[in-house]
Design a protein around this ligand. Structure first.
Ligand code: AMP
Ligand code: GLY
Length: 421
């Protein structure tokens, strides 16, 4: 088979790495890819949101399966476009991806089908949004409706902050089209867990649990990022919690999407807060998480391509999906200035030595320049390792991290420690 993977981050490197282990696969292309993906796949210079360019490439290169990493092409309807030409593609339709593309849609769906989530209101009018602040109390959370690359969520401690967040989104259009609507939400406390599930729109098969680390600095301090590391499993996500989440969140949401005429096939990612009142949904994503994927896929024993094909054909109920018992940890190494600015072009050394320790070096923001691998801004690498338990996986991942050097690198030294709280 010829497989095309769309995207260029650590998540896509992990997907390409796992797909390359399938005996069914002859050749992998990745658009646009990065310097690490280039070692396993042929990178083609087409951007992830260039739907026409990607379709033309797939048709011309006899692509048997396309796998979409990021949310933007999904919400733009890449799956519908490929399917209309008879191409096999893994991911939800544009209408189904709205569960990530519009927070209002996701919240209204949860309210209608009694899926546990924070109390909220959705508004296009700033005065009405401000009036609603009374009802949710403080602190509260103000969110731009659309896709904002993780930046459209503002946690507000005071009414003044919340009012100015509402104005930023609705009046000053700080988030462009994503901010045509605002969601004002009750603030929830607890531990966050990411639960990703495979689904063909009928059957739901949860993956193993994981936890992201969103803040830039140790101890969950500093600015929010795309994610500075992840580990799996998350011990706070117990069997008792799973027994609530699977029927009341994952299966209920897939049934709701079907009932709404938006059958969802692909990866449903539920970002959960484990509150004292039980698990509640913070957000849904319509794709694999980044960096969760770099901790979850190393634990997957089954052939990922078989799973993708079963989902596309609507026969996930026939699949047995197996996982390794070992834990996994992924430590992200980011460029200087991230997440506010992006330092680029620094030579990266020590990657072979890191791999020699048994760690897996996933590339995110890297590229080749003059025969060297250099940083390309943002999150640069994700160093993943398995271990007999989380403590061992942490030790193994950091053994890999220590071999790697590039100027101004930043990484957290406490990835996975939350597992022991
Ligand atoms: P989201 O993109 O909706 O997941 O929000 C990004 C991050 O903001 C989440 O991972 C949480 O850390 C935080 N967050 C979102 N909604 C809430 C909420 N209702 N209460 C507390 N924190 C939240
Ligand atoms: N790790 C958060 C996300 O993928 O959205």
């Amino acid at each position: 088979m010829n497989v095309l993977v769309i995207g260029s981050g650590g998540r896509e490197h992990a997907l390409v790495w796992k797909i390359s282990q399938s005996p069914k696969v002859d050749k992998i292309f990745c658009a646009p890819g990065n310097a690490g993906i280039n070692q396993l796949a042929e990178c083609v210079n087409i951007k992830a949101d260039d739907l026409d360019g990607l379709l033309e490439f797939a048709l011309q290169n006899q692509i048997d399966l396309t796998v979409v990493g990021p949310e933007v092409p999904l919400t733009l309807g890449i799956v519908d476009k490929f399917q209309a030409k008879g191409l096999k593609i893994f991911g939800p339709s544009g209408k189904a991806a709205e569960i990530e593309g519009s927070k209002t849609f996701a919240k209204d769906l949860m309210a209608k089908y009694h899926i546990p989530t924070a109390k909220y209101g959705a508004f296009t009018d700033a005065a009405k949004a401000k009036a609603f602040l009374q009802e949710v109390g403080l602190p509260c959370v103000v969110k731009a409706d659309g896709l904002a690359a993780g930046k459209g969520v503002l946690i507000c401690e005071t009414s003044a902050e919340a009012e100015s967040a509402i104005d930023d989104i609705l009046v000053d259009n700080k988030f462009g089209d994503a901010g045509g609507r605002v969601v004002v939400e009750e603030f929830l406390t607890g531990q966050e867990v990411s639960m990703l599930a495979f689904t063909d729109g009928k059957t739901v098969v949860p993956m193993v649990s994981s936890q992201d680390h969103k803040r830039i600095w140790d101890g969950d301090r500093g600015l929010n990022t795309g994610g500075m590391g992840a580990y799996s499993p998350a011990p706070v996500y117990t069997d008792a919690i799973n027994a609530i989440v699977v029927p009341q969140v994952l299966e209920a949401t897939i049934a709701a999407m079907r009932a709404e005429g938006r059958p969802f096939a692909g990866i449903l990612y539920a970002g959960l807060m484990l509150t004292d009142d039980g698990p509640k949904v913070l957000e849904f994503n319509a794709r694999f998480g980044d960096p969760e994927t770099q901790a979850v896929l190393p634990r997957l024993k089954s052939d990922l391509v078989d799973i993708f094909l079963a989902i596309i054909d609507g026969r996930l109920d026939e699949m047995t999906i197996e996982w390794h018992e070992e834990a996994a940890v992924c430590v992200v190494m980011a460029s200087g200035g991230y997440p506010e600015s992006s330092d680029k072009g620094r030579e990266i050394t020590g990657m072979e030595e890191a791999s020699a320790t048994g760690a897996i070096v996933f590339h995110a923001g890297t590229k080749e320049a003059d025969g060297k691998i250099v940083t390309n801004g943002g999150r640069v690498l994700g160093i993943s390792a398995l271990g007999k338990d989380i403590a061992q996986a942490i030790a193994n991942a950091y053994q890999g991290v220590e071999k790697i050097k590039f100027e101004n690198m930043q990484y957290r030294t406490d990835i996975g420690k939350k597992a022991f709280l």
